[in-house]
Design a protein. Structure first.
Lengths: 296, 374
């Protein structure tokens, strides 16, 4: 199994006729995803890579069955698109768009909570189940199917970890990029919880970065009774104070949000904390061997 | 976008809040208000009172001396950009009141019955005296919450309390603000008056408030010591550091990872440069300009690319066209993998530039080159 998506997941893409929408739709189809419909207002009746385009989510819903929406629209349209999608009763919403007005993000997250929609993002790379399907931007070449569940804030860092693990012959059950914050729908803690309950996942990899307190929350959850081994890598140890390093959420102010407080919290919770991709591979390898011994 | 006090107060006044009578100083030999008045440094940093940026002026001599001294101050590294004269008032009580969306996923109203101090210090010293109410991002304060705030602040007998809190919230939602902070909100002659204002607007929401942003920009002409920071129109984050290895990445997470790996291996990074989002060749070109044109002599340049949304052909075109325009007179190491990598690597090879697949190999090569090792 996997978390969040699987071979039965049926996807609608918002913004499908845009440059990014077209390319990412093609890549999702190539990855094995069932993209059943797309929406761009005013472009209804067109096709993108053979996928029918509708003017509204409701029109698409009348003609197709889908449970997941990937939102690839510009920042100024994102709130209305997300609200429209969540009104159509979807269970998973992947919001890739960055630089959405903060008030809009607050409204999107409030509606996700009210409707019980799992919302990954905003500003995220989404989800991939290697060799099965994906809902987001993960390049398939970096990933292979296996037993390591990965969650990352940064999209690029989740590619990096996937590539390093795959190069070493270690496959992944699912890889999730939740976005650079500072606001999140789906969190690292949520992913750890799903991986703990996913029979296919044997080792959990948590990729974090400076800023906020998501990693600390995940650590508290791990300490409460996650039995699977957790390997963590926290980046931004050498970041200067008070500067946002590319992600709006990646900022250290005073003692809050530093790499060292996160590393300490994860270590105390029993996670193996590493400092480079090579060390990550070694730690995951060791953890996998241990779970193998446990089985025999 | 952070606003100066005079801008914040003007905005609050437009939303119905009472503010003291004030005027900007544009001629330091001419008092803009009758004496006595308070002269206040206009700076984007907090802590100006302690730094001597707020002083009473009772006559022309004090005005001349104080205005000169305040303009020469630096407050927590920020310059004093201008001066505001404000009517001196008798304050019988100070309160803290704000709504913020800076670090939370829902707006939060924060209130404290005593104001004047930095809220961080208040929170540390008297956490029980602070009220935090999460607000509905669509509808704001409910009637019950409004009553709760007024009761908490001990303002039940104060007939203008409702309208003050409404004004605060209307300003917050009406301008897409990330922060509207009134500290202190003073009780002056029986009325609640905003004695300071700290407002941060959301640059990502500027498209909804084009007129307001333009008005603020134009209004800053009144500041004697203010230079507008021009946006370059790209999504680049550039942070100067003090080493000799240039670093460019197409992801914040991998950029920070590479910064850590370079540092762990003894390298010293000259600058952090992240491209952001889905970026065209011109953004990569700009990133090279920032990184190499900083006036510092770099010993090596490391470009770390792993494309999901980003296309490697675009990135390669950006690097190669920079090389054609300016040349590259230092060792350059490019890790290029991901979306469209076959095309990108070919473009690089045609220009005589080698690429790496492994991040750790590229990092080691960049550190070795900077240290003069082969």
């Amino acid at each position: 199994m996997s978390i969040l998506i699987n071979q039965n997941t049926r996807i609608l893409v918002q913004g499908i006729t845009g440059k990014t929408g077209q390319m990412q739709t093609r890549l999702m189809l190539e990855a094995g995803s069932q993209v059943v419909a797309g929406v761009t207002p005013g472009k209804g009746g067109q096709e993108v890579c053979g996928v029918p385009v509708y003017n509204t989510v409701a029109e698409a819903k009348a003609a197709h069955d889908f449970d997941t929406v990937v939102c690839l629209v510009p920042p100024r349209a994102t709130r209305d698109c997300c609200l429209e999608a969540m009104a159509a009763d979807v269970s998973l919403m992947v919001v890739c768009t960055e630089q959405i007005p903060k008030h809009d993000v607050a409204q999107i997250l409030a509606v996700a909570e009210r409707t019980g929609t799992t919302l990954v993002g905003p500003g995220c790379s989404g989800v991939i189940v290697p060799e099965v399907c994906k809902a987001g931007s993960h390049p398939v070449r970096f990933f292979k199917h296996g037993n390591v569940g990965v969650v990352s804030k940064s999209g690029a860092l989740s590619y990096e970890a996937g590539k390093t693990l795959t190069d070493a012959g270690i496959g992944q059950s699912t890889v999730v990029g939740i976005g650079g914050g500072p606001c999140f729908g789906f969190t690292q803690k949520d992913a750890v919880e799903l991986y703990q309950n996913d029979p296919e996942t044997r080792v959990i990899v948590l990729l974090g970065e400076i800023g906020g307190r998501l990693e600390e929350d995940a650590a508290a959850f791990i300490a409460q009774g996650v039995t699977k081994p957790v390997v963590a890598l926290i980046v931004g140890r050498n970041a200067p104070q008070g500067k946002s390093l590319g992600h709006a959420g990646a900022i250290v102010s005073g003692n809050f949000g530093t790499a060292s407080t996160k590393i300490e919290a994860l270590r105390s919770a029993g996670a193996a904390v590493v400092s480079s991709p090579d060390a990550l591979v070694r730690a995951v390898q060791a953890a996998l061997e241990k779970t193998e011994e446990g089985r025999n | 976008m952070n606003l100066f006090e005079f801008e914040g107060k003007q905005l609050l006044a437009e939303y119905g809040m009472k503010v003291p009578r004030s005027a900007m100083v544009d001629d330091r030999t001419h008092a803009p208000l009758p004496y006595p008045f308070v002269l206040k440094a206009q700076t984007l940093s907090g802590g100006r009172g302690k730094a001597g940026g707020i002083r009473i002026c009772r006559n022309a001599d004090e005005f001349a001396r104080n205005s000169e001294e305040i303009m020469a101050l630096t407050v927590k590294g920020q310059p004093v950009c201008g001066l505001m004269a404000e009517q001196a008032v008798e304050i019988s009580r100070e309160i803290y009141l704000s709504i913020t969306l800076q670090a939370s996923s829902a707006p939060v109203l924060i209130a404290c019955a005593s104001g004047g101090m930095e809220i961080e210090r208040l929170a540390a010293q008297e956490p029980d005296r602070i009220l935090r109410l999460p607000l509905d991002p669509f509808t704001g304060l409910s009637e019950a919450q409004l009553a709760q705030v007024i009761h908490f602040l001990g303002l039940t007998a104060q007939s203008d309390a409702h309208s003050v809190i409404r004004s605060l919230q209307d300003c917050f939602f009406g301008t897409d603000a990330l922060l509207v902070e009134i500290n202190p909100l003073g009780l002056v002659g029986g009325e609640l008056v905003a004695l300071d204002a700290k407002i941060e607007l959301d640059g990502n929401a500027a498209f909804r408030h084009a007129e307001l942003f333009e008005r603020i920009r134009a209004g800053r002409a009144v500041l004697q010591n203010y230079r507008e920071e021009k946006s370059d129109g790209t999504t680049i984050t550039f942070v100067p550091l003090d080493g000799d290895i240039g670093l460019i990445s197409d992801g914040a997470g991998t950029g920070m990872l590479t910064l850590d790996m370079l540092t762990d291996q003894g390298g010293r990074v000259a600058s952090f440069c992240e491209l952001g989002g889905t970026t065209p060749a011109s953004t990569m070109y700009k990133a090279m300009e920032y990184t190499l044109g900083s006036g510092r002599k770099l010993k090596s340049l490391l470009i770390v690319l792993i494309g999901g949304f980003n296309r490697m052909d675009d990135m390669a075109n950006g690097i190669v066209s920079y090389m054609h325009d300016y040349g590259l007179d230092l060792p350059v190491f490019v890790r290029m993998v991901g979306n469209m990598e076959e095309v990108g690597i070919q473009i690089m090879a045609d220009a005589g530039l080698k690429t790496y697949s492994s991040l750790s190999q590229a990092v080691t090569a960049a550190v070795d080159a900077a240290a003069g090792r082969e």
